[in-house]
Design a protein around this ligand. Sequence first.
Ligand code: ATP
Length: 305
Amino acid sequence: LTRLFGPVSALANIHVNIYGSIALFERLFEYLDMPVEIQDRPGAKPLGKVKGKIELVHVWFSYQSDRPILEDVTFTIESGQLVALVGPSGAGKSTVANLIPRLYDPTRGCIRIDGQDIRDFTLKSLGDAIGIVSQETFLFHTTIRDNLRYAKLDATDEEIIRAAKAANIHDMIASLPEGYDTVVGERGHKLSGGEKQRIAIARVILKDPAILLLDEATSALDSHSEALVQSALEELLKSRTSLVIAHRLSTVLAADKIVVLEEGRVVEQGTHSELLALNGLYASLYHQQFKASDTPSSETNPAAV
Ligand code: ATP
């Protein structure tokens, strides 16, 4: 189920009402245009204990056969590293992120985790190893507790509270009259964008995956909410392999490596200072996008660089 979290997020604007049942939720996908052709290979093995090195090796990909969306994409994320993926809109950043949990498979080339082609692993074990925080957070029409527990079905209440505290969302939940039993979602209590993001972060903290895929929000949060999300993300990024579709200056500065995509190709990769020195696409994105994105809030937001 977890591997479907990405496409659900992409579909969140369809306003589907789901009444709390994971089984129903799974059945829903039979009616949607999901990439159901991705299945376990015969003899697929569980991924086992993950160190977390990720390699994209000459990856090509098309949604439709005639138009390549990714062309010969090659880069490596060493175990425990934070890699920031940047590039203009439509460059293929989300597509790269979608290939890692195998929402789609490359048309040519391969993706390896700890040296082995991810198509050799069971989808279940791959999904268990990967946590996703995307721009839209899908909430079931059920309690906050169950929305969190969905990330780890056997989580105790104590674990749920610990994750919510680490994600800076516990105090807000505790202040609601019904606390963790508050029903949320389309027909329940409405959470703000920043609160939903922190629920998504709490879910991943609870799941504790070796690999994190994070699509940073572009939507403007108020500076208080922004600071809470930012410090929750720092907690999440500790000690795991992370690929972040970066929209914040603080993330690109913190990254071990920045990979710059343009029209489906990797055009530059390196650290912030290496890429600035190249004075190419990253340098111009930095001046237009990243510097601008953090400038207004940096006066009021202590978490911003
Ligand atoms: P943004 O920063 O705007 O989110 P991006 O760099 O993440 O963009 P992608 O979302 O990966 O880019 O899209 C890359 C290209 O693939 C775009 O031209 C987009 O229209 C196309 N694309 C994305 N998803 C699909 C899909 N499901 N079917 C067909 N084409 C798609």
